[in-house]
Design a binder for this molecule. Structure first.
Ligand SMILES: [Zn+2]
Length: 485
């Protein structure tokens, strides 16, 4: 049968909320629990071995606290509920202290604006004050940041800091619903600031138009209650995770790729961190990023909304959180599941013997394999202008497009031979070592991989990488169309 553990007691039961037991009466169940979870003994029993007066035991709806009931045989389908008294009904696991909650007040406007929250007994006035007191950092104002920033602002989070150093591109507008066509080329944080102001001008909005790095991240996070990771690259994710663990700030993590999303909470209540789950990111080029692999537009809305919901639950102190868990959502086949993430005692960040004590002393480029390229022989690059000049001059050269077929369908590169990376070594003889070979991909990263692959296979001709890939050369290709085709 199952034993259900109330939220306030879970720390004494290794954070379990349900424990399966094979015993069939309360006396032997309690013995099993206190043997299995020795910490639980002092919360359940006093020094004389009597059940503590603030603990009630229920089987179904019936009170079984009296030891006279403890020998009664229970059936396999019964559930034993261990229910302690809760002081004043206030959540004791909110990340916002009671003192900060009490320092807030709701004015008439707040009472009208947040009526829907105030109607929920779990949120009510106290919860709304906690939301008002909360200081949250959102890293990234892109696809995930769009719902997160808008829902946190709409829900009344008192201070929202948004960190993003990118400008809005036209391709962003289709899935980053915070920005619209008129925002193209504006900084994302400026666009975010306008939208937040339209939602609720009483919110403190802090725009950080900078790239997070090991030097600035602790200053940016320090003094905030919660960090929401809405970034799209491994280097930022590990940096954010590490800074949160070192500063003891809980982190709501999420990622989206094509049709699949994931959400989890790290560094909360002694729970695991991202490194406990994945000690290292995959090597560059092995797993495409969302920018390379694409993503269906509403997915970030679904996943980001769950992220915002988790953030609010942590602030208010209600419900079951995703700490120590990873929610995965497959939007193509509509599957979702919640996986358990265990704390890793060998984790270099939050394990027993930590080796990471500062983000500034840690090499994130090394971790993410970003240094690989320049430790070997550097790859020579051509800018889009330089390549355009060579094509205009009819310089002898071979252009190799290493993109996948569905990517070429979006935009063809004129006069390029198509060889996907996996076939390069095998088709090396199609290249002429006497002329320069220029490698082309979407963003200029896989083309470097292509060059290193051919070097390893022994190719000795001169090779160049188109810097920034087709993305950087789009406008030039459009303006030459006809002449080059
Ligand atoms: Zn860890």
């Amino acid at each position: 049968m199952r034993v259900l553990i109330s939220a306030t007691l879970r720390n004494y039961f290794d954070k379990n909320h349900v424990i399966e037991v094979s015993e069939d009466n309360i006396r032997s169940i309690l013995k099993f629990l206190t043997d299995e979870y020795p910490e639980s003994k002092r919360i359940l029993f006093d020094d004389n071995g009597n059940i503590r007066s603030f603990i009630r035991l229920y089987v179904g709806e019936k009170d079984h606290t009296d030891p006279g009931m403890w020998y009664k045989q229970l059936s396999e389908n019964d559930e034993l509920i261990i229910l302690p008294a809760i002081a004043g009904g206030a959540p004791n696991d909110s990340i916002i202290s009671d003192a900060r909650m009490k320092a807030q007040s709701l004015d008439d406007n707040d009472i009208k604006r947040f009526e829907k929250h105030l109607l929920l007994k779990e949120i009510s006035v106290k919860g709304q004050k906690r939301i008002k007191a909360a200081r949250v950092v959102v890293c990234g104002a892109g696809a995930l940041g769009s719902p997160v920033i808008q829902y946190l602002a709409a829900a009344g989070v008192g201070t929202i800091k948004v960190v993003d150093d990118n400008d809005v591109a036209l391709a962003d507008v289709s899935c980053q619903v915070l920005h619209n066509s008129r925002d193209v080329n504006r900084p994302k944080v400026a666009s975010a600031k306008d939208k937040v102001r339209n939602i609720n001008k009483n919110i403190e909005f802090e725009a950080e138009n900078v790239k997070l790095d090991a030097e600035n991240i602790e200053d940016i996070f320090d003094g905030y209650d919660l960090v929401v990771d809405c970034t799209d690259n491994y280097k930022s994710r590990y940096l954010i995770n590490d800074a949160c663990a070192l500063l003891d700030i809980p982190l709501v993590f999420a990622s989206v790729y094509q049709y699949e999303g994931r959400v989890g909470i790290f560094n909360h209540n002694g729970g695991p961190c991202l490194r406990c789950l994945y000690p290292e990111p995959p090597e560059p080029g092995l797993v495409p990023t969302c920018a390379e692999g694409g993503t269906i537009s509403p997915l970030a809305g679904i996943v980001g909304s769950i992220q915002a919901n988790e953030a609010l639950k942590l602030i208010i102190g209600i419900g079951d959180h995703l700490d120590g868990k990873l929610l995965t959502i497959d939007s193509l086949y509509l599957h979702s599941r919640i996986l358990t993430v265990n704390k890793n005692s060998k984790c270099p960040l939050c394990g027993i013997s930590k080796t990471i004590h500062s983000v500034e002393d840690y090499d994130y480029d090394e971790l993410c394999g970003l240094r690989h390229g320049d430790e070997e022989i550097p790859v020579e690059g051509l800018t889009p202008d330089e390549l355009a000049r060579r094509i205009d001059n009819n310089d002898p050269m071979t252009l190799i497009d290493v993109r996948e077929p569905h990517e070429r369908a979006i935009m063809r590169f004129p006069n390029a031979i198509v060889i996907p990376i996996g076939q390069l070594a095998r088709r090396m003889k199609e290249l002429d070592p006497e002329v320069d070979t220029i490698f082309i991909c979407k963003s200029g990263k896989r083309s470097i991989l292509a060059i290193n692959t051919l070097r390893e296979a022994g190719y000795e001709g001169k090779m160049y990488n188109l810097k920034g890939g087709i993305d950087a050369m789009k406008d030039i290709i459009f303006s030459h169309e006809g002449a080059w085709l």
